[in-house]
Structure formats: C-alpha cells, structure tokens
Design a protein. Structure first.
Length: 385
C-alpha cells in the first residue's frame, strides 16, 4: 500500500459546507464564490450561511446579528481567570485554555443536539473574539472595554481591542479578513474538531482541539513569520528583494508562499492584497509596498504564489494588531467554520477511525529475553555534543 504522506488528497469525509478547486483557484462557501462573498457580504451573513446552508433574508440577518451581539458575555469567573494568567502567556495558550473553561459555564455543554449546538455556536463565536481582546487589554495593563452591541462583529472586536471606534476602512478590512478565513474545508484544525466531535464529545472539546491544532506554526502561524520578516528587513535597512534573494541563496524558507491545495493564486490572497493596499493609503503604505516587492520577486524567481497568510500580516499590522494576535484572530474567524463542521458532524455522525499503513518489523517479530537484549534506543536525555 502506498499511503499519501499527511493524507494528501485523501477524501476523508463528505461535507456540504466548503468547496475548493486548487487547480482553478476556487473557494466557495455553500457553493457561493469567495470573491462574491468578500465583495458583497459580511461576517455575520456568511456565518449564517455556514450554519444554515442558505443566505439569510433581511429579517433573518437582523435577528442573527442581534443574537450574536447579545452573546458577547463572559462569566465573571472567566474574566477573573484571564486576570490571573501570567501576562507573558501566549494568547493562543490563553484562548485554548479559556475555551475549555467556558464549557463548565455553558448550560448546553453536554448536549450534541442540533439546537444546542447552534446556541453554543452563537456563544463561542462571540466569546472567542472577546477573550482575545480582553486578554490583550489585561496583559498591557489597560482597562477592559465593554462590548458595544450596536457594532458589527468586526467593529466590536476592534473597539474592544483598541478602545477606539474603528474607521469604516478598518472595519471593512477586518470584516473581509474574517470572511476569507471563516472556513477552508478539512484543514488540520477543522479535521481535528470533526474527529473529536465524532466521538460524540461536546462542541467545547472539539473547538479546544481545533485551537490546539491551529496553534501549530505549520497551520496558523505563517503570517506571524511574514511580519517578522518585514520587521527584519526594516531593521536591517536593506532592500526587500535583495534581503529575500539572500535568504533563498541560504536555502531559507520564505513564509506566506505556496499552498498545500492551491496550485494557482490563493483566492483569499487576492482580497487581502487589496485590503493591505487600501489600509496603507489611509495609514502607512510601507508594509504593503515591501510585501508587494517581495511577492513579485518570489513569483518570478520561484514561481510561487502568495497565500492567505502573506498579505494578512501587513493588513493586521496596519490595523494596529500585535504579531502574537495574528493566529488568535484566525480563530476569531475560523470559529464560524469550526462550528458549522461540528454541527454537520453531529447531525449525521459516524466515528472517524482511519487505519494506518504498518511499516514496523515483520510479523511475527521474536520476543528476546531481557538478558540477551542490546540497547537500540537513543538516550535523548543526553545533550548534543
């Protein structure tokens, strides 16, 4: 048996939520093209779409947005927990732990029924955004900002994070970023959530597992690496193209390029490039300009396209967001898709239990008496020479 490494291109499940054609650069939610959604929709609307398999009517969207805004509440004990966490803690660690803690306070915690999962989805989608913003305020010694239920999801997050009502441009930029990151089929974190949900464990457990998967730098941390690169170039005072040329000569990886699924341009990068440029016009264009030079060079030199992470770095930085919040903001968006997948899994459940292609010693391997054994195990406790 020739098993694809990392289950690449293996069909592991059926889903009606998200469609991707990597060769054609297509991404759609419930069949609607991501370009159309990014231009015409809102995060609230596509969240409704992901959870309900249909776009909302005007009345349904108003009610849905009201319910999501009304769910912007954290138990007092959870806020006290956030205050007790060391301020040096990673925001992703804090988010993962706090989501797990929230299950204790959720009246629907043990239920996997559709109606209970939808109620939990409202709460978790609102609460994850609050956790990220509140912990950032606490660790900086700033006052916690009370949520404003009159604001959209994106605007309220920026309000709670910065304590200033965001501009229309900033709100639109974050809203588009949230739309673009909301779902992406069976990526690592979503698959982790579905595996956990398939055991009939609760939604909080599934989302906690998804956050744990997203925390890994091969999934959620690439845009952080992109921004570190841009900062390195600024500090060195070097030309962006020459800096990257030197990295390539030293066989160093340039984050934010290429994708496991897309062989053409990542359709999400198309919109984030535009958002980065538009924000730069209102604030400081240097991060966009540096990014654009690097993108054109890498595309010409290595024939690699920018992915969703490349321009999200300059977009978030221009919005005044710290680097270590980039991946938590990914979760602020992806919670919409994670919830949709947990709902879908529980609605038609079967335990996910794949098999492994065994590559160990041939059966039957002999049992060697202890007195006759010689050690073949490396002593990992010894430091390297």
């Amino acid at each position: 048996m020739n098993t694809p490494k990392g289950l690449q291109d293996v069909i592991a499940n059926e889903s009606s939520i998200c469609f991707i054609d990597g060769a054609k650069g297509i991404l759609s939610y419930r069949g609607i093209d991501i370009h159309e959604l990014a231009q015409k929709s809102s995060f609230e609307e596509i969240t409704f779409l992901l959870w309900n398999n249909a776009l909302p009517t005007a009345a349904e969207l108003k009610d849905f947005s009201h319910q999501l805004a009304a769910a912007r509440q954290l138990p007092d004990d959870v806020i006290e927990f956030l205050k007790s966490v060391p301020r040096t803690a990673s925001p992703m660690e804090v988010l993962r732990t706090t989501v797990s803690l929230l299950s204790i306070y959720d009246a629907d915690e043990k239920s996997v029924l559709h109606t209970a999962n939808v109620r939990k989805s409202f709460r978790l989608t609102a609460q994850i955004a609050m956790i990220v913003a509140i912990f950032d305020r606490i660790r900086k010694g700033k006052e916690i900002i009370t949520p404003d239920t009159s604001l959209s999801h994106a605007a309220n997050f920026l309000w709670m994070l910065n304590g200033v009502k965001p501009s229309e441009t900033a709100t639109k930029a974050l809203d588009v970023a949230l739309i673009l990151h909301a779902d992406h089929e069976l990526n690592a974190s979503t698959f982790a959530a579905r595996v956990i949900a398939a055991t009939l464990s609760d939604m909080h457990s599934a989302i906690t597992g998804a956050i744990g998967a997203l925390k890994g730098p091969l999934h959620g941390g690439a845009n952080e690496a992109v921004m570190h690169l841009l900062y390195d170039i600024e500090r060195a005072g070097t030309d962006p193209v020459e800096h990257v040329r030197g990295m390539l000569a030293n066989k160093e990886k340039i984050s934010g390029f290429g994708h496991r699924v897309y062989t053409t341009e990542d359709p999400r990068a198309t919109h984030l490039r535009r958002m980065s440029e538009d924000l730069g016009k209102d604030a400081n264009p240097k991060w966009y300009e540096m990014s654009r030079k690097i993108e054109l060079f890498v595309k010409d030199e290595k024939k690699l396209n920018a992915n969703v992470d490349f321009y999200s770095a300059s977009t978030y930085t221009t919005l005044g967001i710290d680097i270590d919040l980039f991946t938590p903001i990914f979760a602020v968006s992806r919670i919409a898709g994670w919830c949709a997948h947990v709902i879908e899994q529980h609605d038609d459940n079967r335990l996910i239990r794949p098999r492994a292609d065994y590559t160990g010693p041939a059966y039957p391997a002999p049992y060697v008496p202890v007195a006759q054994r010689t050690s073949k195990v490396k002593d990992w406790s010894k430091p390297k020479a």
